[in-house]
Design a protein around this ligand. Structure first.
Ligand code: ATP
Length: 379
């Protein structure tokens, strides 16, 4: 008999979806350009990117709706193109839920089982089980139009999962919901996915959603994959300035590289020398080339113009332009003349201090040099 831990290891390594050098060209638009990644079984992957970056096109090819111009996609080792649509074990939830409004929640969930000719005697139990899973036990007899937006979303999830697909595809299913419900449903997706262990690919332009729900994030821009990483990796060690800008609130200081020592970089901006480091997997810029220093809004501390910022290596003077109260934090916009009139955003979460400055006040900003991540600039 196989040792249980060895078989677990094997299952963890098994690749559910493999995208190999896939491109999709519409006329002269490269909607997806040479995309490749592997997704292990049971993982939750989010394809994240701005509007028009190619997310839906990539998802549609994985679903087998569209054929790539080049490359191939494999699900459980089989080319997608070799399996006719009705034989693919893929559950899907889209922004438009396409539930049947004249049917009850239970009838909607039963539908894919009837289509797949499951034994009629087993259907009610399965439907009841999935209603419970999405926390709609007791709502089975309600018609779709008698349910709230969030409840309808749950019906759509149950309907996509009831036939136990190998793969669940989600195309911005939460985009139409209000913020609170959307955040609640993100956690629901995560819970259900963990409970069932179904391999899932989700498409969104919402960076927060990507961080919250995913095991892995693929970040796209202009049809190209910019990075594939776990949420913490994408946030802490972005591969390039695009990723640093797209995830989190990031300040950029443009300059020219003057010194390089391993991962340490010194660059000059407006005559001021700043220190930073090259992020783990980012390409190092050469001495003399233009670079961008990226610094998260939460990594900057603010004090009065003669205040102390003990222990911080990089300190500049600035003037408050705006101060936005967001409840749990204040967002300051600070104009930093000595860095060539760079506008920097700073988060202050300290309830004691966070409303002490207003527009026009002179302040000091400080940060740790290691928090400034330096990327090659394309300018
Ligand atoms: P959004 O977040 O706005 O849905 P997306 O990242 O999903 O955007 P896609 O819908 O994949 O982006 O589109 C990628 C690019 O391909 C866009 O420039 C789009 O205009 C183009 N495109 C998509 N589908 C077609 C099509 N059927 N014919 C021509 N161009 C297309």
């Amino acid at each position: 008999m196989m040792d249980a831990s060895a078989s677990d290891l094997h299952a963890a390594d098994e690749i559910a979806v493999s995208v190999k050098n896939v491109s999709m060209v519409f006329g002269d638009v490269h909607a997806v350009d040479n995309a490749s990644f592997d997704l292990p079984k049971g993982k939750f992957l989010t394809i994240l990117g701005p509007s028009g970056s190619g997310k839906t096109t990539l998802l549609r090819m994985i679903a087998g709706f569209d054929m790539p111009t080049r490359g191939e996609i494999f699900i459980n080792g089989q080319p997608v193109s070799a399996v006719p649509p009705h034989k693919r074990a893929i559950g899907m939830v889209f922004q438009k839920l396409a539930l049947f409004p004249h049917m009850t929640a239970a009838e909607n969930i039963a539908f894919p089982l009837k289509m797949r000719r499951h034994d009629a005697r087993t259907i009610p139990d399965k439907v009841a089980h999935y209603l419970e899973l999405v926390r709609l036990g007791g709502y089975g007899d309600r018609r779709i139009n008698e349910l709230s937006g969030g409840q309808q979303q749950r019906v759509a999830i149950a309907r996509a999962l009831v036939f136990e697909p190998d793969l669940l595809l989600l195309d911005e299913p939460l985009a139409a919901l209000d913020r609170k419900l959307r955040e609640e449903m993100q956690l629901e997706f995560r819970r259900i996915q963990k409970e069932l262990g179904v391999t899932t690919i989700n498409v969104t332009h919402d960076q927060r959603e990507a961080l919250v729900v995913s095991d892995e994030i693929v970040i796209m821009n202009d049809g190209e994959i910019q990075q594939k990483a776990a949420p913490v990796g994408a946030y802490r060690t972005p591969a390039n300035a695009f990723v640093a800008n797209f995830i989190g609130v990031t300040n950029f200081v443009e300059g020219k590289v003057t010194e390089l020592a391993g991962q340490q970089v010194t660059f000059e901006t407006n005559g001021v020398a700043l220190s930073g480091r090259i992020a783990g997997n980012a390409e190092a810029p050469d001495i003399g080339v233009n670079c961008s220093g990226a610094l998260r809004a939460e990594q900057i501390r603010i004090s009065s113009k003669d205040g102390r910022l003990d222990g911080l290596e990089s300190i500049v003077q600035g003037r408050v332009v705006d101060c936005i109260f967001e409840g749990e934090r204040v967002v300051y916009e600070i104009l930093v003349a000595e860095l060539g009139d760079t506008l920097m955003r700073v988060f202050d979460h300290d309830q004691e201090s966070h409303l002490q400055f207003g527009p026009g006040d002179d302040v000091r900003l400080g940060w740790n040099a290691r928090d400034m991540q330096v990327f090659k600039s394309d300018r």
